[in-house]
Design a protein around this ligand. Structure first.
Ligand SMILES: *[C@@H]1O[C@H](CO)[C@@H](O)[C@H](O)[C@H]1NC(C)=O
Ligand SMILES: *[C@@H]1O[C@H](CO)[C@@H](O)[C@H](O)[C@H]1NC(C)=O
Ligand SMILES: *[C@@H]1O[C@H](CO)[C@@H](O)[C@H](O)[C@H]1NC(C)=O
Ligand SMILES: *[C@@H]1O[C@H](CO)[C@@H](O)[C@H](O)[C@H]1NC(C)=O
Ligand SMILES: *[C@@H]1O[C@H](CO)[C@@H](O)[C@H](O)[C@H]1NC(C)=O
Length: 309
């Protein structure tokens, strides 16, 4: 009895195992050893990879996946891709006909996996000096390359192509003795075994402000000039004030001339030449006055005669 029971149990276990095995073999196995190096994603396909294609996706948010590759190759080279895959994960799936495998994830893409990572540069300009900080975007590159990776800080005057190296003794540099009023540009690149590596950082260009000493000199000069200017202006105003009448007299003749002309033009003697300079005008003016007086006298006489009549 007991023996029969055990035999039945063994048969059941066997059956369950067989059905699981069948299910497994009918499912396509996922790609293995998914890894990223120098902007190339690689993986190993299933053993019997005839007619198998692979689908590669990356996540744009935590749960949103986007297709980037469909094909039979066991790699995806994104060196020239427009997308920035930094900070994302890849996942790869095998496909045969309507059979698909589970997804296989890559590690989070970091600087060590790319060929384009750039150092981060920060700059602070004070009077007389510039502070420069250099940082890795993440610690992966340092972990991978150890002491072989280093920063190479550069600076140059704007519009000059002569880039000069600074010695990177630490990740915080203080740069002094820059020419004030000049615009300088700063940039940091990676050196891997003393050769440029990855991409250089962004360039930051800043005008170096003048030192406190230079500014004092400028402020004093400006003050002296202002005081001198105001003194000159004051003198001018005082002169005008004290000589007001004389200046008015000096300005008068040219202002009065138009009146003379007016009377001259409206007088009843058109046979007189119109424009004559100098004394002749004054003479003619006197003459007109005289004529007018005579005319007035005649009118008065007429009026008196009328009254008498
Ligand atoms: C691969 O696919 C082609 C058609 O796309 C088919 O003719 C061929 O038999 C397939 N090979 C295997 C081993 O399934
Ligand atoms: C992709 O997913 C990982 C976790 O799997 C997450 O850390 C990462 O931030 C995601 N990427 C983006 C761009 O959201
Ligand atoms: C990959 O193929 C699927 C269909 O199998 C299609 O929907 C998708 O757009 C393709 N993606 C790319 C990147 O070619
Ligand atoms: C990836 O593509 C770039 C050019 O786009 C090429 O220089 C590089 O050798 C390729 N890498 C591999 C592993 O094929
Ligand atoms: C897969 O496709 C074949 C024909 O190509 C079809 O007979 C089969 O039912 C499909 N299986 C599933 C699970 O859709």
């Amino acid at each position: 009895m007991i023996v029969v029971m055990d035999w039945r149990r063994a048969f059941l276990v066997c059956e369950v195992f067989l059905t699981i095995h069948c299910a497994c073999s009918s499912v396509l196995s996922p790609p293995q050893r998914v890894k990223v190096e120098s902007s190339v994603l690689t993986w190993n396909g299933p053993k019997n990879h005839i007619n198998i294609t692979y689908v590669v996706q990356y996540n744009t948010t935590l749960n949103d996946w986007r297709d980037v590759y469909n094909g039979t190759q066991q790699q995806f080279n994104f060196t020239a891709a427009a997308e920035d895959f930094y900070g994302t994960r890849f996942r790869v799936q095998s496909k045969r006909g309507n059979q698909t495998s589970a997804w296989e994830m890559s590690k989070l893409v970091q600087c060590a996996h790319l060929h384009t990572c750039a150092p981060i540069i920060e700059l602070k300009v004070e009077t007389d000096r510039v502070h420069l900080w250099m940082k890795h975007r993440d610690p992966s590159l340092e972990e991978k390359e150890g002491g072989h990776i280093s920063f190479n800080p550069l600076y140059w005057k704007r519009n000059s192509n002569n880039k000069e190296e600074l010695s990177a003794t630490s990740t915080h540099l203080v740069i002094e003795h820059l020419e004030s009023g000049q615009e300088y540009c700063f940039q940091v690149e990676y050196l891997l075994l003393h050769k440029p590596h990855g991409k250089p950082s962004r360039e930051i260009c800043k005008v170096i402000p003048e030192t406190s000493k230079q500014r004092n000199v400028r402020v004093i000069m400006l003050g002296v000039l202002t005081v001198a200017g105001m003194a000159v202006l004051g003198c001018c105003l005082y002169f005008v004030y004290t000589h007001y009448k004389r200046i008015k007299a000096l300005l008068q003749p040219p202002l009065d001339i138009p009146d003379h002309f007016e009377e001259f033009f409206f007088s009843e003697f058109p046979q007189h030449p119109v424009a004559r300079p100098g004394n002749q005008e004054v003479e003619s003016y006197d003459f007109v006055n005289f004529v007018e007086e005579v005319a007035e006298d005649e009118e008065r006489c007429d009026l008196e005669n009328e009254k008498k009549m």
